[in-house]
Design a protein around this ligand. Sequence first.
Ligand SMILES: Nc1ncnc2c1ncn2[C@@H]1O[C@H](COP(=O)(O)OP(=O)(O)OP(=O)(O)O)[C@@H](O)[C@H]1O
Ligand SMILES: [Mg+2]
Length: 383
Amino acid sequence: MLAICPFCRARQEVPDPAPAAGVTCIGCHRRFAARRTAATPAAEPAEATVLRIERPHGVFDRPAVVARRGAAVAAAPLPRAEPASEDDPGPPILAAPDAAEERAAQAALSAIRRQIAATPQQTAQPAPLPDIAPEAPAARRIGVMLSKGGVGKTTTAVNLAAALAMAGRRTLLIDADTQGQAAYALGVSPQTGLAAFVEGLADADEALCPARDNLWLLAGGKALAGLKRLITRKDFGGERTLADALAPLDARFDVAVVDCAPGWDALSVNVLFYVGEVLVPVALEAMSLQGFSEFLQSFAAVSRYRPELSLSHIVPTFLDKRVRGPAALHDELAALYPGRICPPIRYNVKLSEAPAEGKTIFEYAPRSPGARDYAALARHVGG
Ligand SMILES: Nc1ncnc2c1ncn2[C@@H]1O[C@H](COP(=O)(O)OP(=O)(O)OP(=O)(O)O)[C@@H](O)[C@H]1O
Ligand SMILES: [Mg+2]
Protein backbone atom coordinates (compact mmCIF):
# COMPACT_ATOMS: atom_id res chain seq x y z
CA MET A 1 0.00 0.00 0.00
CA LEU A 2 1.03 3.59 -0.38
CA ALA A 3 1.89 5.64 2.69
CA ILE A 4 3.15 9.13 3.36
CA CYS A 5 5.91 9.60 5.92
CA PRO A 6 4.53 11.78 8.72
CA PHE A 7 7.94 13.43 9.15
CA CYS A 8 9.07 14.33 5.62
CA ARG A 9 5.90 13.54 3.65
CA ALA A 10 7.73 11.21 1.25
CA ARG A 11 5.26 8.94 -0.56
CA GLN A 12 6.29 5.32 -0.55
CA GLU A 13 5.16 1.77 -0.92
CA VAL A 14 4.92 -0.14 2.39
CA PRO A 15 3.91 -3.75 3.02
CA ASP A 16 0.22 -4.38 3.64
CA PRO A 17 -0.22 -5.01 6.49
CA ALA A 18 2.76 -2.92 7.65
CA PRO A 19 5.15 -4.66 10.09
CA ALA A 20 4.27 -4.10 13.76
CA ALA A 21 7.72 -2.59 14.32
CA GLY A 22 6.93 0.09 11.75
CA VAL A 23 8.63 0.97 8.49
CA THR A 24 11.67 3.09 7.74
CA CYS A 25 11.00 6.08 5.52
CA ILE A 26 12.91 6.00 2.23
CA GLY A 27 13.29 9.79 2.44
CA CYS A 28 14.30 10.75 5.98
CA HIS A 29 15.07 7.25 7.34
CA ARG A 30 12.85 7.72 10.37
CA ARG A 31 10.53 4.95 11.49
CA PHE A 32 6.84 5.37 11.43
CA ALA A 33 3.92 3.05 11.92
CA ALA A 34 1.10 2.77 9.44
CA ARG A 35 -1.99 0.62 9.72
CA ARG A 36 -5.55 0.69 8.63
CA THR A 37 -8.20 1.42 11.17
CA ALA A 38 -10.95 -1.06 11.89
CA ALA A 39 -13.39 1.33 10.27
CA THR A 40 -11.75 0.83 6.89
CA PRO A 41 -11.12 -2.87 6.36
CA ALA A 42 -8.55 -3.73 3.73
CA ALA A 43 -11.09 -6.02 2.09
CA GLU A 44 -12.91 -3.02 0.64
CA PRO A 45 -10.32 -1.45 -1.59
CA ALA A 46 -12.72 0.76 -3.45
CA GLU A 47 -13.55 2.73 -0.33
CA ALA A 48 -11.50 5.64 0.85
CA THR A 49 -9.18 4.46 3.62
CA VAL A 50 -7.80 5.96 6.76
CA LEU A 51 -4.17 5.80 7.77
CA ARG A 52 -3.44 5.68 11.46
CA ILE A 53 -0.07 7.32 11.99
CA GLU A 54 1.85 6.95 15.23
CA ARG A 55 4.15 9.90 15.57
CA PRO A 56 6.35 10.27 18.64
CA HIS A 57 3.95 12.79 20.09
CA GLY A 58 0.62 11.22 19.31
CA VAL A 59 -1.55 9.02 17.16
CA PHE A 60 -3.36 10.53 14.21
CA ASP A 61 -5.99 9.37 11.81
CA ARG A 62 -5.36 10.87 8.42
CA PRO A 63 -8.09 10.43 5.84
CA ALA A 64 -7.35 8.96 2.48
CA VAL A 65 -3.61 9.00 2.39
CA VAL A 66 -3.32 5.28 1.93
CA ALA A 67 -4.83 2.99 -0.62
CA ARG A 68 -4.43 -0.43 -2.11
CA ARG A 69 -2.44 -0.40 -5.30
CA GLY A 70 -4.88 0.41 -8.05
CA ALA A 71 -7.65 1.50 -5.71
CA ALA A 72 -9.02 5.00 -5.80
CA VAL A 73 -6.97 7.14 -3.48
CA ALA A 74 -8.57 9.70 -1.35
CA ALA A 75 -12.00 10.94 -1.42
CA ALA A 76 -11.21 13.48 1.27
CA PRO A 77 -8.47 16.08 0.81
CA LEU A 78 -5.18 15.69 2.62
CA PRO A 79 -4.65 17.92 5.61
CA ARG A 80 -2.36 20.86 4.88
CA ALA A 81 1.29 20.16 5.55
CA GLU A 82 1.66 23.26 7.67
CA PRO A 83 -0.48 26.12 8.90
CA ALA A 84 -0.94 28.89 6.33
CA SER A 85 0.10 31.52 8.83
CA GLU A 86 1.37 31.73 12.36
CA ASP A 87 -2.12 32.54 13.57
CA ASP A 88 -3.64 29.60 11.79
CA PRO A 89 -3.39 26.65 14.15
CA GLY A 90 -3.96 24.18 11.30
CA PRO A 91 -5.93 20.96 11.74
CA PRO A 92 -7.00 20.18 15.30
CA ILE A 93 -5.13 17.90 17.63
CA LEU A 94 -6.49 14.45 16.98
CA ALA A 95 -4.97 12.55 19.86
CA ALA A 96 -3.30 13.05 23.18
CA PRO A 97 0.48 12.83 23.16
CA ASP A 98 1.81 9.33 23.49
CA ALA A 99 2.46 8.58 27.17
CA ALA A 100 5.71 6.65 26.57
CA GLU A 101 7.04 9.46 24.39
CA GLU A 102 6.14 11.99 27.08
CA ARG A 103 7.92 9.94 29.76
CA ALA A 104 11.02 9.64 27.57
CA ALA A 105 11.00 13.36 26.84
CA GLN A 106 10.65 14.22 30.53
CA ALA A 107 13.52 11.86 31.41
CA ALA A 108 15.69 13.55 28.77
CA LEU A 109 14.74 17.00 30.09
CA SER A 110 15.68 15.89 33.63
CA ALA A 111 19.06 14.70 32.34
CA ILE A 112 19.55 18.09 30.66
CA ARG A 113 18.64 19.86 33.93
CA ARG A 114 21.20 17.73 35.82
CA GLN A 115 23.81 18.53 33.18
CA ILE A 116 23.10 22.26 33.48
CA ALA A 117 23.39 22.02 37.27
CA ALA A 118 26.71 20.17 36.98
CA THR A 119 28.16 22.84 34.69
CA PRO A 120 27.23 26.16 36.31
CA GLN A 121 28.97 28.23 33.65
CA GLN A 122 26.37 27.05 31.15
CA THR A 123 23.52 28.55 33.15
CA ALA A 124 25.05 32.01 32.96
CA GLN A 125 23.71 34.36 30.34
CA PRO A 126 26.00 34.27 27.33
CA ALA A 127 28.18 37.28 26.71
CA PRO A 128 26.66 39.72 24.21
CA LEU A 129 27.39 38.55 20.71
CA PRO A 130 29.93 40.63 18.85
CA ASP A 131 28.65 42.54 15.83
CA ILE A 132 29.59 41.10 12.50
CA ALA A 133 31.31 44.15 11.14
CA PRO A 134 33.10 43.93 7.80
CA GLU A 135 36.23 45.25 9.44
CA ALA A 136 36.11 42.66 12.24
CA PRO A 137 39.57 41.10 12.49
CA ALA A 138 38.44 37.49 12.91
CA ALA A 139 35.52 35.66 11.42
CA ARG A 140 32.83 34.49 13.78
CA ARG A 141 32.91 30.73 13.76
CA ILE A 142 29.64 28.93 14.40
CA GLY A 143 29.45 25.14 14.65
CA VAL A 144 26.06 23.57 13.92
CA MET A 145 26.25 20.40 15.98
CA LEU A 146 24.32 17.59 17.61
CA SER A 147 25.32 13.96 17.66
CA LYS A 148 21.73 12.85 16.94
CA GLY A 149 21.07 12.44 13.23
CA GLY A 150 18.30 14.02 11.20
CA VAL A 151 17.58 16.96 13.52
CA GLY A 152 18.09 19.62 10.82
CA LYS A 153 21.82 20.40 11.10
CA THR A 154 22.48 20.58 7.37
CA THR A 155 19.20 22.37 6.67
CA THR A 156 20.08 24.90 9.36
CA ALA A 157 23.73 25.35 8.36
CA VAL A 158 22.91 25.83 4.66
CA ASN A 159 19.99 28.20 5.15
CA LEU A 160 21.60 30.14 7.99
CA ALA A 161 24.75 30.61 5.87
CA ALA A 162 22.62 31.63 2.88
CA ALA A 163 20.70 34.17 4.97
CA LEU A 164 23.90 35.66 6.37
CA ALA A 165 25.34 35.89 2.86
CA MET A 166 22.16 37.59 1.61
CA ALA A 167 22.56 40.08 4.46
CA GLY A 168 25.93 41.02 3.00
CA ARG A 169 28.20 38.97 5.25
CA ARG A 170 31.08 37.23 3.56
CA THR A 171 30.17 33.73 4.61
CA LEU A 172 32.09 30.47 4.56
CA LEU A 173 30.07 27.27 4.86
CA ILE A 174 32.25 24.36 5.96
CA ASP A 175 30.87 20.86 5.50
CA ALA A 176 32.49 18.60 8.09
CA ASP A 177 30.35 15.58 7.22
CA THR A 178 31.36 12.63 5.06
CA GLN A 179 27.81 12.68 3.65
CA GLY A 180 28.79 15.92 1.88
CA GLN A 181 25.18 17.11 1.64
CA ALA A 182 25.83 20.86 1.79
CA ALA A 183 27.09 20.85 -1.82
CA TYR A 184 24.01 18.88 -2.91
CA ALA A 185 21.71 21.29 -1.08
CA LEU A 186 23.38 24.27 -2.78
CA GLY A 187 23.38 22.60 -6.21
CA VAL A 188 27.15 22.77 -6.69
CA SER A 189 29.66 19.99 -7.44
CA PRO A 190 33.07 21.01 -6.12
CA GLN A 191 36.00 18.82 -7.13
CA THR A 192 37.82 19.36 -3.85
CA GLY A 193 37.08 20.74 -0.41
CA LEU A 194 37.79 20.66 3.30
CA ALA A 195 39.87 17.46 3.44
CA ALA A 196 42.20 18.48 0.60
CA PHE A 197 42.60 21.97 2.03
CA VAL A 198 43.45 20.77 5.54
CA GLU A 199 45.83 18.10 4.21
CA GLY A 200 47.58 20.74 2.08
CA LEU A 201 46.61 19.11 -1.22
CA ALA A 202 44.67 22.17 -2.41
CA ASP A 203 45.14 25.86 -1.74
CA ALA A 204 42.31 28.14 -0.68
CA ASP A 205 41.47 29.25 -4.22
CA GLU A 206 41.15 25.65 -5.37
CA ALA A 207 39.28 24.41 -2.32
CA LEU A 208 36.78 27.27 -1.84
CA CYS A 209 33.77 26.74 -4.06
CA PRO A 210 31.83 29.93 -4.84
CA ALA A 211 28.23 28.93 -4.16
CA ARG A 212 26.27 32.23 -4.18
CA ASP A 213 27.02 35.93 -3.82
CA ASN A 214 28.99 36.27 -0.57
CA LEU A 215 28.81 32.53 0.05
CA TRP A 216 31.66 30.03 -0.36
CA LEU A 217 31.65 26.33 0.42
CA LEU A 218 34.44 24.11 1.71
CA ALA A 219 32.83 20.85 0.72
CA GLY A 220 32.74 17.69 2.81
CA GLY A 221 32.37 14.16 1.51
CA LYS A 222 34.11 10.81 1.67
CA ALA A 223 37.60 12.36 1.59
CA LEU A 224 37.02 13.42 5.20
CA ALA A 225 37.49 9.78 6.27
CA GLY A 226 41.18 10.11 5.33
CA LEU A 227 41.40 13.37 7.26
CA LYS A 228 40.00 11.67 10.36
CA ARG A 229 42.64 8.96 10.09
CA LEU A 230 45.33 11.62 9.74
CA ILE A 231 44.04 13.38 12.87
CA THR A 232 43.88 10.23 14.98
CA ARG A 233 47.39 9.17 13.95
CA LYS A 234 48.95 12.37 15.28
CA ASP A 235 50.92 11.87 18.49
CA PHE A 236 49.75 15.17 19.93
CA GLY A 237 47.81 18.27 18.88
CA GLY A 238 45.45 16.31 16.63
CA GLU A 239 42.45 18.15 18.05
CA ARG A 240 43.76 21.45 16.68
CA THR A 241 44.33 20.22 13.11
CA LEU A 242 41.23 21.94 11.71
CA ALA A 243 41.71 25.16 13.68
CA ASP A 244 45.34 25.51 12.60
CA ALA A 245 44.56 24.84 8.93
CA LEU A 246 41.50 27.10 8.74
CA ALA A 247 42.87 30.06 10.73
CA PRO A 248 44.35 31.77 7.63
CA LEU A 249 40.86 31.93 6.08
CA ASP A 250 39.59 34.20 8.88
CA ALA A 251 40.77 37.32 7.08
CA ARG A 252 38.62 36.50 4.05
CA PHE A 253 35.31 36.01 5.83
CA ASP A 254 32.99 37.65 8.33
CA VAL A 255 31.46 34.40 9.47
CA ALA A 256 32.12 30.69 9.11
CA VAL A 257 29.30 28.16 9.63
CA VAL A 258 30.27 24.52 10.12
CA ASP A 259 27.81 21.74 9.29
CA CYS A 260 28.80 18.79 11.48
CA ALA A 261 28.17 15.10 11.03
CA PRO A 262 25.96 13.10 13.36
CA GLY A 263 27.83 11.03 15.96
CA TRP A 264 30.94 11.96 17.84
CA ASP A 265 34.47 11.46 16.53
CA ALA A 266 37.86 13.12 16.04
CA LEU A 267 36.36 15.61 13.60
CA SER A 268 33.65 16.67 16.06
CA VAL A 269 36.34 17.41 18.64
CA ASN A 270 38.32 19.32 16.00
CA VAL A 271 35.26 21.44 15.18
CA LEU A 272 34.88 22.30 18.87
CA PHE A 273 38.52 23.41 18.92
CA TYR A 274 37.88 25.60 15.83
CA VAL A 275 34.55 27.32 16.52
CA GLY A 276 33.78 29.93 19.14
CA GLU A 277 30.02 29.43 19.19
CA VAL A 278 27.97 26.27 19.02
CA LEU A 279 24.46 26.23 17.58
CA VAL A 280 22.45 23.12 18.43
CA PRO A 281 19.34 22.25 16.40
CA VAL A 282 17.08 20.20 18.68
CA ALA A 283 14.19 18.41 17.03
CA LEU A 284 11.23 18.58 19.39
CA GLU A 285 10.94 14.90 20.25
CA ALA A 286 12.27 12.62 22.99
CA MET A 287 15.12 10.98 21.06
CA SER A 288 16.54 14.30 19.97
CA LEU A 289 16.39 15.59 23.57
CA GLN A 290 18.22 12.45 24.71
CA GLY A 291 20.85 13.18 22.05
CA PHE A 292 21.08 16.75 23.29
CA SER A 293 21.61 15.56 26.86
CA GLU A 294 24.47 13.27 25.71
CA PHE A 295 25.93 16.04 23.58
CA LEU A 296 26.01 18.33 26.65
CA GLN A 297 28.30 15.85 28.39
CA SER A 298 30.71 15.71 25.44
CA PHE A 299 30.56 19.47 25.11
CA ALA A 300 31.37 19.93 28.83
CA ALA A 301 34.39 17.61 28.47
CA VAL A 302 35.83 19.66 25.60
CA SER A 303 34.97 23.06 27.06
CA ARG A 304 37.19 22.27 30.07
CA TYR A 305 40.07 22.78 27.61
CA ARG A 306 38.34 25.64 25.76
CA PRO A 307 36.52 27.72 28.38
CA GLU A 308 35.85 30.45 25.81
CA LEU A 309 33.67 28.04 23.81
CA SER A 310 30.02 29.06 24.06
CA LEU A 311 26.96 26.90 23.58
CA SER A 312 25.18 30.04 22.56
CA HIS A 313 22.28 29.07 20.31
CA ILE A 314 19.68 26.37 20.81
CA VAL A 315 17.35 26.11 17.85
CA PRO A 316 14.14 24.10 18.24
CA THR A 317 13.40 22.39 14.92
CA PHE A 318 10.42 20.50 13.50
CA LEU A 319 8.02 22.58 15.59
CA ASP A 320 4.50 21.50 14.71
CA LYS A 321 1.91 23.68 16.40
CA ARG A 322 -0.90 21.34 15.42
CA VAL A 323 0.14 18.84 18.07
CA ARG A 324 0.75 19.35 21.75
CA GLY A 325 3.97 17.36 22.26
CA PRO A 326 6.48 19.50 20.30
CA ALA A 327 4.92 22.77 21.50
CA ALA A 328 5.20 21.68 25.14
CA LEU A 329 8.80 20.51 24.67
CA HIS A 330 9.61 23.85 23.04
CA ASP A 331 8.33 25.71 26.12
CA GLU A 332 10.31 23.49 28.49
CA LEU A 333 13.50 23.95 26.45
CA ALA A 334 12.95 27.72 26.39
CA ALA A 335 12.58 27.71 30.19
CA LEU A 336 15.84 25.78 30.58
CA TYR A 337 17.82 28.07 28.27
CA PRO A 338 16.12 31.47 28.42
CA GLY A 339 19.09 33.39 27.06
CA ARG A 340 20.05 30.94 24.38
CA ILE A 341 16.84 29.73 22.85
CA CYS A 342 16.45 30.90 19.25
CA PRO A 343 13.30 31.45 17.20
CA PRO A 344 12.03 27.95 16.34
CA ILE A 345 12.01 26.38 12.90
CA ARG A 346 8.58 25.01 12.11
CA TYR A 347 7.95 21.78 10.30
CA ASN A 348 7.68 22.89 6.68
CA VAL A 349 7.61 20.51 3.76
CA LYS A 350 9.27 23.12 1.50
CA LEU A 351 12.42 22.74 3.59
CA SER A 352 12.59 19.06 2.71
CA GLU A 353 11.94 19.69 -0.99
CA ALA A 354 14.48 22.48 -1.55
CA PRO A 355 17.71 20.37 -1.42
CA ALA A 356 16.60 18.16 -4.30
CA GLU A 357 16.36 21.31 -6.42
CA GLY A 358 19.82 22.47 -5.28
CA LYS A 359 18.22 25.60 -3.84
CA THR A 360 18.18 27.33 -0.50
CA ILE A 361 14.76 27.87 1.02
CA PHE A 362 15.01 31.56 0.05
CA GLU A 363 15.35 30.56 -3.61
CA TYR A 364 12.94 27.64 -3.60
CA ALA A 365 10.05 29.04 -1.53
CA PRO A 366 10.85 32.58 -0.41
CA ARG A 367 7.43 33.16 1.14
CA SER A 368 7.23 29.83 2.94
CA PRO A 369 7.22 29.48 6.74
CA GLY A 370 10.65 27.83 6.40
CA ALA A 371 12.12 30.90 4.69
CA ARG A 372 10.58 33.19 7.31
CA ASP A 373 11.90 31.04 10.16
CA TYR A 374 15.46 30.88 8.82
CA ALA A 375 15.47 34.63 8.12
CA ALA A 376 14.40 35.19 11.74
CA LEU A 377 17.09 32.80 12.95
CA ALA A 378 19.77 34.64 10.95
CA ARG A 379 18.63 37.98 12.41
CA HIS A 380 18.75 36.47 15.91
CA VAL A 381 22.16 34.86 15.47
CA GLY A 382 23.67 38.05 14.21
CA GLY A 383 22.88 38.77 10.62
N1 LIG B 1 11.85 22.14 9.51
C1 LIG B 1 11.79 21.11 8.67
N2 LIG B 1 10.60 20.74 8.14
C2 LIG B 1 10.52 19.68 7.30
N3 LIG B 1 11.56 18.93 6.93
C3 LIG B 1 12.77 19.25 7.40
C4 LIG B 1 12.95 20.35 8.31
N4 LIG B 1 14.27 20.44 8.61
C5 LIG B 1 14.87 19.43 7.95
N5 LIG B 1 13.99 18.73 7.23
C6 LIG B 1 14.24 17.52 6.45
O1 LIG B 1 14.57 16.49 7.39
C7 LIG B 1 15.63 15.67 6.91
C8 LIG B 1 16.82 15.75 7.87
O2 LIG B 1 17.32 17.10 7.87
P1 LIG B 1 18.89 17.40 7.81
O3 LIG B 1 19.56 16.63 6.72
O4 LIG B 1 19.05 18.87 7.81
O5 LIG B 1 19.31 16.81 9.22
P2 LIG B 1 20.80 16.55 9.74
O6 LIG B 1 20.77 16.77 11.22
O7 LIG B 1 21.78 17.34 8.96
O8 LIG B 1 20.96 15.02 9.42
P3 LIG B 1 22.35 14.20 9.57
O9 LIG B 1 22.53 14.00 11.05
O10 LIG B 1 22.10 12.92 8.82
O11 LIG B 1 23.43 15.03 8.96
C9 LIG B 1 15.96 16.20 5.53
O12 LIG B 1 15.23 15.45 4.59
C10 LIG B 1 15.45 17.64 5.54
O13 LIG B 1 15.12 18.09 4.26
MG1 LIG C 1 23.51 16.72 7.95
